[in-house]
Design a binder for this molecule. Structure first.
Ligand code: 5GP
Ligand code: ZN
Length: 116
């Protein structure tokens, strides 16, 4: 799927409303519409990348940035010390449903392991 038809590209463009948590030149973060924990934020790159498999070497600064943003959001949301989880679901067996790279930040409750 190209960026034009992509749900998360449309969220970045403001064509679909979202509750913004954070943004900067590389990424946009917003509240998940169907939260699986008291804190459930999606961090997405402004660049359309379909899955983790599609990352290329030049994406490394962006990909690393998503992680530092995740930690900053966890601090802001008050879950850094209690604990939280970051997840990239990649392809169908992992449950990926939107094919624009996104980093889940989940916290605010005890999270089971192993995941389902
Ligand atoms: P995945 O299952 O691909 O790892 O995660 C996709 C996530 O995007 C899901 O947690 C789902 O609730 C969220 N999501 C799907 N559509 C929308 C939407 O239109 N707005 C928001 N805020 N989240 C969405
Ligand atoms: Zn996209």
């Amino acid at each position: 799927m190209s960026g034009e038809d992509c749900l998360f590209c449309r969220i970045i463009k403001g064509e679909i409303p979202s509750t913004k948590v954070y943004e900067d030149p590389l990424c946009y973060a917003f509240e998940d519409i169907n939260p699986q924990a008291p804190v459930h934020v999606q961090i997405i790159p402004r660049k359309h990348v379909a899955t983790l498999n599609d990352l290329v070497a030049e994406d490394e600064p962006m990909a690393g940035h998503l992680l530092t943003v995740a930690a900053a959001i966890a601090r802001d949301q008050g879950i850094a010390e209690s604990g939280y989880r970051t997840v990239f679901n990649c392809n169908s067996a992992a449950g990926q449903s939107v094919y624009h790279l996104h980093l889940h930040v989940l916290g605010g409750r005890s999270l089971g392991w192993p995941p389902g």
